[in-house]
Design a protein around this ligand. Structure first.
Ligand code: FUC
Length: 388
């Protein structure tokens, strides 16, 4: 009798606990608490935003860097896995030595040689933050800004968060006041959709991307070397030792860069004497996407497919961008402690960034990254989750 009373009291407590779960129905989903993300940074409030679908797939975002902090997707065991790297508080993000865990990066994702480019005959000097080059829009780029966030339900009934930022003329050296928004949507098909939109009042260059470290094991305690990957690309852009493209477009055929058929990430990553892997200390390159459709997701092509046999989780990436940066996490050193107390060991999270080619503003034969007044920049990228 007493035991039953205790049991029903526990049931009531669980029911109350779930009333605060933002509609989350996923078994085993452990939400980060909103309080841990409340702070004032640069005079703006940071917060945590949670959206989900009826299947229980759940996304948590903070507006600091318009950043993904958790993404719970179904796994083959009937539960859910959080497939992104991250930390459990805003303070941990502010103090992290790796600034690129989950944010939108820009204005220019990846590198701009020597931190300079010429547009309409005028040279622009950017801030530099890596070997005299600019990486991911500079130290004060999009990933370091507190964006405005608005949570809403879209016309299809999907939960969404729109992040907006006004990047002022001269920010990190870029011309033009640039208005940008990135909308994150979780669909009923277990897709995470990112829609970018931007406009400027002066000619400028732009290449925003989502810089998330994925691990389909659902824990950074396990290496991503076991993930099987397909990249739909016949060629890639080789780089110099500072990872700046040489301008060459090289075929992947016959090299460890060939992911046209599903291959374990760890299978060839340490291939000796293959120059691009030596320079990158592993995979850290831009693949030139084939732009072929698999018949789904109109207006995009399939960029990559990632699969982890242990959890059965598949992630397919669709985009309308010409390139995909695949970085295998070789810079991780095991010093950072993330969510659930997990250590971020070497190659325990991979970045797959839909993008224009690195340093395109300095290569006439790369796709143009120029945005002019009156034009609208858009990007549509989909991360579709399923099980095998
Ligand atoms: C990727 C890489 C870089 C860098 C960064 C954090 O985009 O291209 O080398 O380490 O992420």
């Amino acid at each position: 009798m007493t035991r039953n009373l205790i049991k029903s009291a526990a049931a009531v407590l669980v029911a109350f606990a779930c009333a605060g779960c933002s509609g989350n129905k996923g078994t085993g989903v452990v939400l980060l608490p909103e309080e841990a993300f409340v702070k004032t940074v640069d005079g703006m409030y940071t917060g945590l935003y949670t959206i989900s679908n009826d299947n229980g797939m759940t996304l948590q975002l903070t507006n600091y860097g318009a950043r993904i902090v958790a993404l719970w997707v179904p796994s083959a065991d009937g539960g859910f896995k959080d497939v992104v790297w991250g930390y459990d508080s805003i303070d941990a993000y502010l103090n992290a030595s790796d600034k690129y865990s989950g944010p939108v990066v820009g204005r220019y994702g990846n590198r701009i040689n020597d931190g300079r480019f010429t547009l309409d005959g005028k040279e622009y000097r950017l801030t530099v933050n890596e070997n005299g080059n600019q990486l991911h829009g500079g130290a004060g780029g999009f990933s370091a800004k507190v964006w405005n966030a608005e949570q809403f339900t879209d016309e299809d009934g999907n939960q969404a968060v729109r992040m907006t930022w006004l990047s002022e003329d001269g920010e990190e050296g870029y011309p033009g006041n640039l208005k940008i928004s990135v909308t994150y949507t979780i669909t009923s098909e277990n897709e995470l959709v990112l829609d970018y939109e931007a406009s400027t009042d002066k000619p400028t260059v732009l290449n925003p991307t989502s810089h998330v470290y994925y691990n389909l094991h659902g824990t950074s305690a396990k290496s991503t070397d076991t993930h099987l990957m397909t990249i739909y690309a016949d060629s890639f852009t080789p780089t110099d030792a500072e990872l700046i493209p040489t301008g060459e477009i090289a075929p992947v055929e016959g090299t460890p860069m060939d992911f046209r058929t599903s291959t374990a990430i760890g299978a060839r990553i340490e291939t000796p004497d293959f120059e691009p892997l030596k320079l990158g200390k592993g995979y850290d390159h831009n693949w030139v996407l084939d732009k072929t459709s698999d018949g789904t997701h109109s207006g995009t092509w399939i960029a990559a497919e990632l699969f982890e046999p242990e959890t059965g989780i598949i992630m397919k990436i669709y985009t309308d961008q010409p390139g995909l940066q695949f970085y295998a996490g070789q810079g991780m050193d095991g010093k950072e402690v993330g969510k659930r107390g997990e250590i971020h060991n070497v190659r325990s999270g991979i970045a797959l960034e839909t993008q224009n080619f690195p340093d395109a503003p300095n290569h006439e034969d790369f796709p143009s990254a120029v945005l002019r007044p009156g034009e609208t920049y858009t990007q549509h990228s989909v991360y579709a989750f399923s099980l095998k």
